[in-house]
Design a protein around this ligand. Structure first.
Ligand code: PLP
Length: 431
């Protein structure tokens, strides 16, 4: 990887979120990471160019592959997640395809949780089939089901740390054990938690994916994604991962795992994934996300505090049938949340209204501070009626499995004053 500030002693999260991956700009001394809005980078000479193209030396060639601003973000997120390396890409959905790409081949499958972001369910049930891949959905709380679903063609287990939209917390150590027993990596979508609330690699995950669109940027300005690799999986232990363990024809027979060790997955993601799939993050987006991450812990603390206050108020209200927030003591996930994400169970949960589908529509229309949008993880509080929007493509059975029945709305609690949020909810519930 290109040179970046690597701290000597392990630093704490609040320091890493400001400093990791970045140092004063070597060319100008600029303290903030400049937006390197340049497509290409000049080679010192022909020999330098050849070494870069052969992966014998790491540096900047062309921004589809690497860019200094984007690399600073990758290194910062890798540090926050405790990974060996990271690759940024154009969206959270791109990150998921990019994470699976080195692992899968036609005929291979991924064992996936039924409780996933609706867009991911669609990506996994429909679009990946065009590549000859498939997904086998399991109840991610059921260890026997996970172990039973892993077969000789399985190449990964995929789940969310805190699931969107229900806010259920996954027992990551249990899922990691099941994946390990099956000889496959565990990929965790950590979007809803952020690395401040949950660090999946510490719980046994191999790979972490993010939609940087959400809490990492934090203010609804960027579409982006990040893949972090722990660097711990032995890609050569079986013949299942030939892209990483076998000779790569496009690089004169280089074997990624043998050559790059713990950086094999990351380097493959750049040198083959970004090179050929082209799902690249732009430097301006990376800059905004770097700015957002500087305040990640501060925002997450407020998001969580507000979510607890709002969820408690909703739970006590007679117009509300159910609140799924794992940060409520009444939640079946409360004890697990304290173990998996001890700093809080996030700020995303669903609310079931006694008035059913009609009451949900009236409620969403009447809210003023909460914006009705298909997004989450913004400083602003957001609401969506998933059954009529994000999860519309799903069958009613899939909707219920994903926790978005027709009488359910999803809330993403922002960083405003919780008293104002509660007043807005109170008024809208009476509409
Ligand atoms: C939004 C989201 C995604 C997809 O991310 P995009 O940046 O919109 O492509 C994936 N997983 C989860 C949990 C999300 O919330």
């Amino acid at each position: 990887m290109p040179d970046t500030a690597q701290p000597d002693a392990p630093l704490h999260f609040d320091t890493l979120q400001v400093h990791a991956g970045t140092a004063p700009d070597p060319a100008t001394g600029a303290r903030q990471v400049p937006i390197y809005q340049s497509t290409a980078f000049v080679f010192r000479d022909a020999e330098h160019a050849a070494r870069l193209f052969n992966l014998q030396e790491v540096g900047y060639i062309y921004s589809r592959l690497t860019n200094p601003t984007v690399m600073a973000l990758a290194n910062r997120v890798a540090a926050l997640e405790g990974g060996a390396g990271a690759v940024c890409c154009s969206s959270g959905h791109a990150a998921q395809i990019m994470a699976l790409f080195p692992l899968m081949q036609p005929g291979c499958n991924v064992v996936a949780s039924t409780r996933l972001y609706g867009g991911t369910v669609t990506q996994f049930t429909q679009t990946i089939r065009r590549f000859g891949w498939s997904a086998k959905f399991v109840d991610i709380d059921d260890e026997e089901a996970i172990r039973g679903a892993i077969d000789e063609n399985t190449r990964a287990v995929f789940c969310e740390s805190i699931s969107n939209p229900g806010g259920h917390v996954t027992d990551l150590p249990m899922v990691a054990r099941a994946a390990q027993a099956g000889g496959v990596p565990l990929i965790v979508d950590n979007t809803s938690a952020s690395p401040y609330l949950c660090r999946p690699i510490e719980h046994g995950a191999t790979i972490v994916v993010h939609s940087a669109t959400k809490y990492l940027t934090g203010n609804g300005t960027v579409t982006g994604g990040v893949i972090v690799d722990s660097g711990t999986f032995d890609w050569s232990a079986s013949d299942r991962f030939p892209s990483l363990s076998e000779p790569e024809p496009a690089y004169h027979g280089l074997k990624f795992h043998e050559t790059f060790g713990p950086m094999a997955f990351t380097f493959h993601g750049i040198a083959v994934g970004l090179r050929d799939l082209g799902m690249t993050m732009n430097p301006q987006g990376a800059h905004y996300t770097l700015l957002g991450i500087e305040t990640l812990s501060l925002r997450m603390e407020r998001h969580v505090r507000n979510a607890v206050a709002v969820a408690r108020w909703l739970e006590a209200d007679e117009r509300v049938a159910e609140v799924t927030y794992a940060g409520l003591e009444s939640s079946p996930y409360y004890a697990r949340a304290a173990r998996i994400c001890p700093r809080g169970a996030g700020a995303l949960f669903t609310v079931r209204l006694k008035g059913g589908y009609e009451a949900c529509v009236r409620f969403v229309n009447a809210l003023r501070l909460f914006s009705h949008v298909a997004n989450l993880g913004d400083t602003r509080s957001l609401v969506i009626h998933s059954a009529s929007t994000t999860h519309r493509q799903l069958s009613e059975e899939q909707q219920r499995a994903a926790g978005v029945a027709p009488d359910v709305v999803r809330l993403s609690i922002g960083i405003e004053d919780s008293r104002d949020l509660i007043a807005d909810l109170d008024r809208a519930l009476s509409a």
